[in-house]
Design a binder for this molecule. Structure first.
Ligand SMILES: [Zn+2]
Length: 134
């Protein structure tokens, strides 16, 4: 939580600085953005969720950290390169919600392999355990 509190504090500082610099227009724009985000259900606390993102259920998230951690407030489609074959794939917001909230994947984890390589590993693991079991 420490990190998030620090972030909020710096946001507040930035806000007062903006006001000092008589940047009234920026403040108006922010208010406009907040109002629009609120009407579209994209406002979480004082944070604006990007368009296309899915709101997260923080209470369902798990962490391996014993200390402070940063929960995910929303999920958004993420591009990554597969660590096995290098293929570029999109980890969708929906898949992330499923992973973190239904599968109880820890928030520190993320997708590293494409679908094909995950399948390959899963099948390979099964074969290996069958071999060692006999
Ligand atoms: Zn791959």
């Amino acid at each position: 939580m420490e990190w998030r509190e620090g972030l909020m504090a710096s946001n507040k500082n930035r806000k007062t600085e903006l006001k000092k610099r008589r940047s009234h227009r920026a403040e108006m724009k922010r208010q406009e953005e907040l109002a629009q985000a609120r009407s579209e259900g994209r406002l979480i606390g004082d944070q604006i969720m990007p368009k296309g993102a899915i709101k997260a259920d923080v209470s369902k998230q798990k962490t391996c950290s014993a200390g402070p951690w940063t929960p995910k407030l929303w999920y958004v489609d993420t591009r990554f390169s597969c660590t096995d074959c290098g293929k570029r794939e999109v980890w969708t917001a929906k898949q992330q919600k499923w992973w973190y909230e239904e599968c109880q994947g820890i928030v520190e984890s993320k997708a590293v392999r494409c679908r094909a390589c995950r399948k390959k590993r899963k099948e390979g693991g099964k074969l290996q355990s069958r071999k060692s079991g006999s």
